[in-house]
Ligand binder design. Structure first.
Ligand SMILES: [Zn+2]
Length: 373
């Protein structure tokens, strides 16, 4: 009997980790061999095609009454959720000491997974699909074929719960120490008043349960997104229609640019969320509000004193990640900031550096701080 499941999952993680996919640039080419080799407990179906005719798959497991839908990479360059999803599949295949939990979940839940909803964006390493549509803002217009496919699953499956898996940028931080937001959650609003309906309470309960478990492992690194209502956002609309939608944003863990560590916590969060839905443990939804808000106080590099001509400035540097010849290149982009104790970074440069002008400093960054993954 495992007493502390999250600790066990963290310690045993390498046995669940799907080693055939990793990193930031995860495409259909990477996941297809894994999908076709899934064992028979998974029912694999081709759901349809993307705008550029790439396959989108639907993978079903379990036979229970509670219906859970989970999709990843509706933003093509946000792969951490996909990686975590395949770790979760390995848990279903071989749960090690957690066989009872696996069996309980599959007996009580039917789960449908759509890994890489936006395969064209994944190939090109872009947020948008091949028509330059943000799938997370296309739920009403349904202009993208990928949005139509997701809608068709919602209409036919009518899930009780959805997990909408995304990645967030390094700039997001949590709490007073401004640690990186390794995971952030949102129970989307259904109107501008942000009413806390019964459905939202159910969503909040699942998030509260994930937060309670995960904060043991990554204290101070879990945030909550603003629940401002976005009338065209997928999660807000699904929640409004009664499909309780949990948004998970995978973010930065210090110096983990491939997000291998974040992926581990994303996998654990997903499993704990599904466990909560299956077991329906009594959790106070109000604990959702104990999760600190995300803020934007984290940088890749912080330069405290940069002398340009005669004046001293502080700069925050954030990497822009661009696909160049099959590699993700992290290009440093700097911005002047008013330095205060709110800021934190992976690397803090306190010594005073001298430059002739802004371009001189930008070139210095390109020469010294640019790298590829
Ligand atoms: Zn996203």
């Amino acid at each position: 009997m495992i007493k502390n499941i999250v600790k066990y999952l963290e310690e045993s993680y390498l046995q669940f980790n799907e080693k055939l996919i990793s990193g930031r640039h995860v495409t259909l080419v990477n996941i297809k061999p894994l999908i076709v080799n899934l064992p028979e407990i998974f029912k694999v179906q081709e759901l349809g095609k993307s705008f550029e005719n790439q396959n989108i798959y639907k993978i079903k497991i379990g036979s229970g009454r509670i219906k859970i839908l989970c999709w990843s990479q509706m933003h093509g360059n946000e792969s951490t959720g996909t990686n975590a999803m395949f770790d979760l599949f390995n848990f279903f295949i071989n749960p090690l000491e957690l066989k009872d939990l696996r069996d309980f979940i599959l007996k009580n839940c039917t789960l449908i997974f759509i890994p890489i909803l936006n395969p064209d964006g994944a190939t090109a390493y872009t947020r948008l699909n091949a028509q330059n549509i943000d799938l997370n803002r296309d739920v009403l217009d349904l202009k993208a074929p990928e949005s139509v496919l997701l809608r068709s699953v919602i209409d036919s499956f009518k899930p009780n719960y959805c997990f909408n898996l995304h990645d967030q940028r390094t700039i997001f931080s949590v709490g007073k120490e401004n640690k990186p937001a390794t995971l952030s959650f949102l129970a989307p609003s259904i109107n501008i008043e942000r009413d806390i309906t019964d459905g939202r309470k159910e969503t909040m309960k699942v998030i509260a349960s994930m937060y309670k478990s995960l904060k043991e492992l990554i204290p101070g690194q879990i945030g909550r997104y603003t629940d401002e209502f976005y009338p065209t956002a997928t999660g807000d609309n699904f929640q409004k229609e009664g499909f309780n939608t949990i948004l998970i944003e995978a973010g930065h863990y210090k110096n983990d640019y491939n997000r291998d560590i974040t992926r581990k916590y994303n996998f654990i969060a997903l499993l704990i969320g599904i466990k909560q839905i299956a077991e329906n443990e009594d959790v106070d939804y109000k604990q959702y509000f104990d999760i600190p808000n995300n803020s934007k106080h984290y940088f890749d590099i912080l330069y405290e004193q940069v002398l340009i001509k005669t004046k001293v400035y502080s700069f925050g540097v954030t990497y822009k990640e661009v696909l160049q010849k099959d590699k993700i290149v992290c290009i440093p982009i700097s911005k002047k900031i008013d330095l205060d104790s709110n800021y934190n970074a992976n690397k803090i440069v306190s010594e005073k550096l001298n430059f002739n002008d802004n371009d001189d400093f930008s070139n210095y960054l390109l020469r010294n701080e640019q790298f590829s993954l």
